[in-house]
Design a protein around this ligand. Structure first.
Ligand code: HEM
Length: 141
């Protein structure tokens, strides 16, 4: 299910459920010339990293092949965070999403009921403004 996982990652790149987080500095440090004192709250933005053309060529294009082979450089795809604080549910989420996709694709044909590209609203999670109504037809073959 490598390709299916590439598709999931590309969806999570374009619409990460957590667009960012507010970690706290545990110690004084300097980053890119800026001094950050211990105790400061920082904002790290997954969506800005995911949309940075330096890391993802043509960043608004949906292209699961970005995740083929070695995939993106370390710490550029951060939908699950990164480093010691990375989401501990990553593997569980991966299995759940792949099993769900497998059954939907193998058992049903499905059709979007609203035409065109839905606008996505982030509040605080990204969701299609009008939902995503679909019609499922059981596959007979
Ligand atoms: C698509 C699914 C998921 C995404 C995109 C996601 C994303 C994230 C992100 C970005 C963080 C913050 C990491 C950081 O601070 O660097 C996080 C933390 C966390 N996630 Fe997930 N997560 C997902 C599913 C799950 C699932 C299924 C579980 C549990 C079964 C889970 C449990 C946690 C926990 C406990 C933390 C806090 C870890 C800590 O603070 O040490 N997540 N997740």
């Amino acid at each position: 299910m490598k390709y299916s996982w590439n598709v999931v990652c590309e969806v999570l790149r374009l619409a990460p459920p957590l667009e960012g987080a507010f970690p706290q500095a545990l110690t004084d440090f300097t980053y890119e010339g800026y001094f950050i004192p211990k105790g400061w709250k920082l904002y790290r933005s997954a969506i800005s990293t995911h949309k940075n053309p330096e890391y993802f060529l043509d960043p608004d294009k949906f292209d699961p092949s970005r995740f083929q082979g070695k995939g993106p450089a370390p710490y550029t795809f951060v939908a699950f965070g990164g480093g010691p604080g990375m989401c501990p549910g990553t593997e569980y989420a991966r299995i759940q999403m792949l099993i769900f996709m497998h059954h939907v694709v193998r058992r049903y044909k499905w059709k979007k009921l609203l035409p065109g590209d839905e606008k996505i609203k982030v509040n605080p999670f990204p969701l299609p403004v009008k939902g995503l109504p679909i019609r499922l037809h059981p596959r007979t073959t």
